[in-house]
Design a protein around this ligand. Structure first.
Ligand code: IVH
Length: 681
């Protein structure tokens, strides 16, 4: 890395400028690699900064030489309106979880049984970094796209944001041992170090901004910025841990994948245990558990992977996770605090859950002021009383729970908890389900149950109705404006406008969100119904197996149980749901209300708008009207001037006029500009 070009540059000719720019870029790429990947810088930070400054100045004065993979491209691109989504070419699966050394032993036994061997299996183990999973796509060595894991199948495109991260190379490192693959989809974890998280929060406190709860939230929040110049100011880092297709790296081992990634300039954690038998993995786990408090970043467990890729192939996957890997989590950290009160929460299934209200306490970076006590038996078993000092922990690191009472702290003033005999919300008698140890309100009309179901229906994984928050649902139900989630589709701007703190514009936005939610996937639709025991995973299985809702509604328990992944409890619950007339009516009402369920095949492939009629209204901002018209017509659709029963879609921009009201009256589907553009992607 000599500086010879520097000495004889003639800044007056453009070819010299071009050469100088190329030289600076190459030097900066090299120094980035030495600094961030090899941890072995050969120039000072000040020298680095001078080179970067010169490069930025030259690129600004000579924009004809600008390039998207320049090391200067990290400072941020123009803001976006919304993130695009992308389907991962290979789904980003999750990991099976264990919590103890026993879980690790049974994992090893399972692996050996499936591989039909008594020999020691060699594993590669890594820390499980507590951050945000991302996929980076390199084409011919150049970073082309970065996306979030999303639901594992579809993620959000966050390329501009990821490009601002210093430890993400914009170009892969060329070397003699290994050609750069034509296509490399690499996965890793983006995170913020503990120290950087602290300073970030301090800075935010100084500026009177809300604080991040923990480093992971800070990383996720920073990645979700539409304006990448904000992301550029956040101290994000990355470690890579896998590729979507190991074949492109020409290796037969997990440990070697990591080494190859490192050779390509992709940062990997230095804490890797390579090709080791179970006994060493166990030791590594114990070490890591102790070490984790001193590590510069948060980890929440260890990931163990069968090292031989051939064995991984044989082991295969379940619908959710690979059988060749497991995450063994560390014990959640516990803290001490006082129980101020025990109150009852009534959920969408009618279950009465005692909740401890606590003196706020910081548990592993999160302020905890409530903790679930699960059910009355649990309260009795742990003998939690109002006024007690208790240990709380974040179970699975999400919902905090009371672990145990410190009885030696009692002074006799503590008050025992009694489960009420009537629902605290509707006042009807409650019943205890002995099998489940749950006390339930069984009043279908209990506002708490109705609200819970509607909130579930409108939530992210379900109909994902933007703006329909908990407070709004509470108001709608309390004022008896809606009685079920199907009633959401009969709401109008007029009704919404009458509510507290609801301006015309917000009412219109909510109506638009409700309208947009009408087009959904079969899996989301099923999940939204809130069938007991049928979570997102089961909903996805059902959507794969069945043609339509009608065929699920008439399926027998036997038929359902014969499906891989569906057990007797789930099967019975589905049959039960559809046996109830009111549930069937609600489903009918949804379909009649204009819900359209996308068939899987429709979402992929070339878009055809053959025979579909569109109307445009409001101020459009991405494209001009005539551009949008051309786009629609090129795909075989028509654009007309007014909304009628013949209109298929109304595309609305800002401040839509009477066309929107007309479309809503006629049940014409409404699209935002972004929705329309997404149709073409
Ligand atoms: S491997 C198919 N390795 O854990 C297996 N994951 O529950 C793919 N994670 O979404 C994951 N550190 O966000 C793997 N060293 C590591 C990891 C790791 C953190 C996260 C990742 C993933 C989640 C799986």
């Amino acid at each position: 890395m000599t500086d010879s070009i520097n000495s004889n540059i003639n800044p007056n000719t453009s070819s010299d400028i071009e050469r100088r720019i190329a030289y600076l870029r190459q030097e900066l790429h090299q120094h980035n690699h030495r600094y961030f990947v090899l941890d072995d810088p050969v120039i000072s930070d000040a020298e680095y900064d001078r080179m970067m400054k010169e490069l930025i100045q030259l690129e600004e004065s000579w924009p004809q030489f600008s390039s998207p993979d320049s090391p200067s491209a990290r400072v941020g691109s123009p803001p976006l309106d919304k993130f695009d989504t992308v389907e991962h070419s290979v789904p980003m699966m999750s990991l099976d979880k264990g919590f103890t050394e026993e879980d690790l032993i049974s994992f090893d036994q399972r692996v050996r049984k499936l591989l039909n061997t008594d020999a020691d299996i060699l594993y590669t183990a890594e820390p499980k970094i507590d951050g945000v999973a991302v996929e980076l796509v390199y084409e011919n060595g150049v970073l082309k796209m970065a996306s979030t894991r999303g639901d594992g199948v579809t993620g959000e495109v966050i390329t501009a944001n990821v490009k601002t991260i210093q430890t993400v190379p914009l170009r892969l490192q060329k070397n003699n041992h290994q050609p750069v693959p034509a296509l490399l989809e690499v996965r890793g974890e983006i995170f913020i170090s503990k120290e950087n998280f602290k300073s970030l929060n301090e800075e935010r406190a100084n500026q009177n901004l809300s604080l991040f709860a923990n480093p992971r939230n800070a990383a996720a929040g920073s990645l979700r910025q539409l304006d990448s110049s904000i992301t550029a100011q956040r101290p994000l880092e990355i470690y890579k841990y896998n590729v979507s297709d190991a074949n492109v790296l020409g290796t037969d081992s997990q440990a070697e994948i990591l080494q190859k990634l490192k050779q390509l300039g992709l940062r990997i954690t230095p804490l890797i245990l390579s090709k080791s038998p179970l006994s060493e993995v166990m030791e590594y786990y114990r070490d890591l558990d102790v070490k984790r408090l001193e590590l510069p970043y948060e980890i929440d467990g260890m990931v163990v992977k069968v090292d031989r890729l051939e064995d991984q192939q044989v082991l295969g996957m379940t619908s959710r996770s690979p059988r060749w890997a497991i995450a063994i989590k560390f014990k959640a950290l516990q803290e001490r605090t006082r129980v101020l009160d025990i109150q009852i929460q009534v959920g969408r299934t009618g279950a009465l859950t005692p909740v401890a209200h606590l003196e706020p306490v910081n548990v592993a970076g999160v302020m905890v002021s409530r903790a679930t006590l699960h059910n009355a038996d649990e309260v009795l078993k742990k003998d939690v009383r109002i006024g007690d000092m208790v240990f709380v922990q974040r179970a699975g690191d999400v919902i905090p729970e009371v672990v145990k009472v410190i009885t030696s702290n009692r002074n006799g003033t503590e008050i025992q908890f009694v489960m009420p005999s009537v629902c605290p919300v509707c006042g009807m008698q409650v019943f205890r389900d002995e099998e489940e140890a749950v006390t339930r309100c069984v009043n279908d009309e209990c506002p708490a149950i109705i609200k819970g179901k509607i909130k579930h229906f409108a939530a992210k994984g379900a109909f994902d109705i933007d703006g329909l928050g908990d407070k709004l649902v509470d108001q709608l139900v309390d004022r008896k404006l809606i009685f079920s989630y199907a009633d959401l589709f009969a709401l109008s701007v007029e009704v919404l406008k009458g509510l507290d703190r609801m301006a015309e514009k917000s009412a219109q936005n909510i109506m638009l969100a409700i309208e947009n939610s009408k087009q959904t996937s079969f899996a989301r639709f099923l999940y939204a119904l809130g069938i007991r025991h049928a979570g997102e995973h089961i909903a996805r299985i059902l959507a794969e197996e069945f043609e339509d809702i009608e065929s699920i509604s008439i399926a027998t328990a036997e038929a359902l149980e014969s499906i891989d992944g569906i057990g007797p409890i789930v099967a019975d619950s589905i049959v039960d749901f559809f046996a109830q007339g009111k549930n069937r009516n609600t489903v009918d009402q949804l379909i009649k209300g204009g819900i359209t369920i996308e068939k899987k095949k429709d979402v992929k492939g070339e878009i055809s708008l053959n025979g579909l009629t569109f109307v445009l209204t409001g101020k459009l901002d991405t494209m001009t009207r005539s551009q949008i018209k051309q786009l629609i017509e090129a795909a075989g659709g028509n654009v007309t001037g007014s909304v009628s029963t013949k209109t298929d879609y109304l595309v609305v921009g800002e401040s839509p006029g009477s066309k929107l009201t007309q479309a809503q009256r006629l049940g014409v589907k409404v699209l935002s500009e972004a929705d329309l553009i997404n149709m073409f992607r």
